[in-house]
Design a protein around this ligand. Structure first.
Ligand SMILES: [Ca+2]
Length: 381
C-alpha cells in the first residue's frame, strides 16, 4: 500500500479540506445563542439587575460559540472509574510540580512572605494550590471563557443555574476591568488564569497584590499569590494551625459513621478516640473540630487522616478530599525542599508513599535547626 503512487493529488487535497472542515465544525459549532428565547431572557434579566446595556451583551453572546468538548468534559463519566488516591497523588507530586514549586518559591520569595504576613497563609500552601491548579501558570487552559460559560449556561441543564451565575459575573468582571468579555481564557469550566478562579471568585476574592492598579491572572504570578492567600483567609484559614494528620484505626474500628459526618469539621477529639481513631504520634493536635478523611486506593490499604479547619479551607477551593490532600502533600514536600535547599530532599520525601513515613506531616512544626545554604539568586532583571 505504501508504494502506491498518488494519481490524483487534487482529490486528496479536497478530501483533506473536507476532513478539516468536519473537525473544525465539530469542535466549534456556531450556535448563535442570541436567536434563542432563553438567551434573550437571560440578557434582559442580567441587564435589568445590574444596570447594563443590553446591546453589548447581545454582541458578545452573538460571538460566543457552543463548544461540544466543554459538554463532554463536564459530564460525569458514564462508567465511574475506580478512584485511586495513589494514582491521583502521583499526578501532582511529580518532578515537574516539585521542581517548579521550588523555583517559584525562590523567584517570588518576598511576595510569598508578604502574603503570609498579610493573610496568614504560608508560602508552601499558596504554591501547593498554584502547582496543583496550573503548574505555576504553565497550564492555565485554552478555552475561551465566554464561550465555555455560555455553552454550560445554556446547553447543559444540570448545571445551568451555577453557570448562568458565572456568565453574569463574567460580564460584570469585564465591565469592572474594562475588558472585552471574550478576552478571558481558562478551563472548560470557566476557571480563569494562574489561580483558576471562577469569575464570581475573582470579583469577591482577587486582589491586586503587586499594586499596579489591575488584577491580572493571565500572566501575573504576584496577583495570583495574593489572591489565593486572600481566598483561603476569607474561607477560614488560621495561621499556625495544623492542616491534617495521618491516623490509624484501632482493631475493629468502624470509620464509616465518621466519614459520613461529611467534609466540614464537626468531630471532637473525644469522638474520634472513642470511635477507634488513633494518632501515629503521642496525641492528636488540640486544634478544634475535625473531619475523618479516607483516601482509597484499589489493592492497597486505605489511608486515614484527620483534617482540621485549615484542611476544610483548602476544600473551599475544590470540594474534594483528594484535591486538598494533594495540595497539602505537595506543600509539605516544597516546605522540606525549600528548608533544606535541596530538590533531592524534597523528592526523597515525596517518593516515599505516605504510609511508610513514621510521623504525619504537619503534626508538629519542625524547628529550623540547621541554617541552610542557599544557592545565590539569579541576578534580577
Ligand atoms: Ca496587579
Amino acid at each position: 500500500m505504501r508504494s502506491r503512487t498518488i494519481k490524483n493529488p487534487g482529490s486528496l487535497f479536497l478530501l483533506g479540506a473536507v476532513f478539516l472542515a468536519l473537525i473544525l465544525g465539530s469542535a466549534r459549532a456556531h450556535a448563535d445563542f442570541t436567536t434563542r428565547e432563553d438567551v434573550s431572557a437571560f440578557i434582559e434579566e442580567i441587564a435589568a439587575r445590574n444596570g447594563l446595556d443590553t446591546a453589548p451583551l447581545y454582541v458578545a453572546l452573538s460571538r460566543a460559540e457552543h463548544i461540544p468538548r466543554v459538554i463532554d468534559l463536564i459530564k460525569p463519566p458514564e462508567k465511574r472509574g475506580v478512584r485511586s488516591w495513589h494514582r491521583y497523588r502521583s499526578r501532582f507530586l511529580s518532578h515537574t510540580h516539585i521542581e517548579g514549586g521550588l523555583q517559584a518559591w525562590a523567584q517570588y520569595e518576598n511576595e510569598l512572605r508578604r502574603a503570609e504576613q498579610q493573610y496568614g497563609v504560608p508560602p508552601e500552601i499558596i504554591l501547593g494550590i498554584l502547582g496543583v491548579e496550573t503548574i505555576y501558570g504553565r497550564n492555565t487552559g485554552k478555552f475561551e471563557t465566554l464561550s465555555a460559560l455560555a455553552t454550560l449556561a445554556f446547553d447543559y441543564p444540570p448545571r445551568a443555574e451555577l453557570f448562568r451565575g458565572e456568565l453574569e459575573s463574567l460580564f460584570l468582571l469585564a465591565r469592572d476591568q474594562k475588558r472585552d468579555p471574550a478576552s478571558y481564557s481558562g478551563s472548560f469550566a470557566g476557571a480563569i488564569g494562574w489561580p483558576q478562579f471562577l469569575p464570581s471568585s475573582i470579583r469577591r476574592f482577587a486582589v491586586d497584590f503587586d499594586g499596579d492598579g489591575k488584577i491580572d491572572f493571565d500572566s501575573n504570578a504576584v496577583d495570583a499569590i495574593g489572591s489565593i492567600a486572600n481566598y483561603l483567609h476569607e474561607h477560614g484559614w488560621t495561621a499556625g494551625k495544623p492542616v491534617a494528620v495521618r491516623v490509624r484505626l484501632a482493631p475493629g474500628a468502624n470509620p464509616a459513621p465518621l466519614i459520613e459526618a461529611g467534609i466540614e469539621p464537626s468531630l471532637s477529639e473525644a469522638q474520634l478516640l472513642e470511635a477507634g481513631i488513633r494518632p501515629l504520634t503521642a496525641s492528636l493536635p488540640a486544634a478544634g473540630d475535625a473531619t475523618l478523611i479516607d483516601l482509597e486506593t484499589p489493592g492497597a490499604d486505605t489511608e486515614y487522616w484527620v483534617g482540621y479547619r485549615n484542611f476544610y479551607a483548602i476544600t473551599r477551593y475544590n470540594r474534594s478530599n483528594f484535591y486538598a490532600m494533594a495540595v497539602f502533600q505537595l506543600a509539605d514536600t516544597l516546605r522540606i525542599g525549600h528548608a533544606s535547599g535541596s530538590i533531592k530532599a524534597a523528592k526523597a520525601k515525596s517518593a516515599k508513599p505516605a504510609a511508610t513515613r513514621k510521623a504525619a506531616p504537619g503534626a508538629k512544626p519542625k524547628p529550623k535547626a540547621v541554617p541552610h545554604k542557599k544557592k545565590p539568586h539569579k541576578a534580577k532583571k
